[in-house]
Design a binder for this molecule. Sequence first.
Ligand code: ADP
Ligand code: MG
Length: 339
Amino acid sequence: MSDIIHLLPDAIANQIAAGEVVQRPASALKELLENAIDAGATKVQVLVKDGGKTLVQVIDDGKGMSLTDARMSFERHATSKIKNSEDLFSIRTFGFRGEALASIAAVAQVEMRTRQKGDELGTVIHVEGSEVKKQEPAACPEGTCILVKNLFFNVPARRNFLKSNAVEMRHLVEEFQRVALSYPHIGFNMIQHDMELFQLLPGKLSQRITGVFGKSYQGQLVACQEETPHLNVKGYIGKPENAKKTRGEQYFFVNNRFIKSNYLHHAVVHAYEGLMQSEMQPFYVLFLEIDPTHIDINVHPTKTEIKFDDERTVYAVLRSAVKQALGAHVVVPTLDFSL
Ligand code: ADP
Ligand code: MG
């Protein structure tokens, strides 16, 4: 009998892992934006071409990387964000798996320029299908600029699976909007070919919302805030009269991570009961802050679901917060005492 089991070469292992992390250009954008935020960026620029199929580029003014770290960042399970298993239960960064760059570089042509504060020179590194093609010193601004070119250039089956440029572009914009909404104090812009789609200056959440959705939202927002020992809720909801027939402009962030939850959505809609027709959809951008030990974020990177220890309390607090905000919004007719 001969042995038949062998370890896969890194390049193949990375490509398999990439299938999990990078489904489409928008998933690469998500990872790059999260890395920029984790690096403490105050300004983030996004450039995309052809629905992100030929280019997704993110430029940040964050802390940058050393020469060696720039090389290391493309290794699988290489991260600066956790050290031991205890750290897993108090994650304060987006990243911690050390998988994103390795996965992206397994299925694209990646060029990264980076310079740490205080370093005179930065470094530029080219990685293609997990293979480092070259790395050399380079003059570049402080921070990191990363270009992801020709996604799935070496995996035709996956490339063919991508949707039209317009559809992929919609996913990119959606991802950009989610991140931009959750970090109003960070400046973001997004350029498609040579056209600037968003220019979002750092500011308050209300300004970010109008920056993302348009000035017409200015008069439509109702502030929502509730603090309990368990959970804090804050953000904005739309007035019942501005509710739309379609779902979409509805955002939950838990500890600043975008999540989807039909259960929590129901809590919000429930609070509108009697104020709008039941098939209407209210606008909301709501931030839930909860002790990280009471949730499980250690789920799949592309998943937007989350597990709460005590889902029912979250539901109750959220519903009460929205109800209260709406109560404060309802205009009470003033009595005319002059009669
Ligand atoms: P993770 O974010 O899970 O640690 P990544 O593959 O996304 O894994 O990144 C690997 C490492 O590369 C990060 O831990 C970080 O140290 C570094 N890195 C990635 N992107 C940036 C960036 N834009 N600025 C500074 N460091 C970065
Ligand atoms: Mg990351």
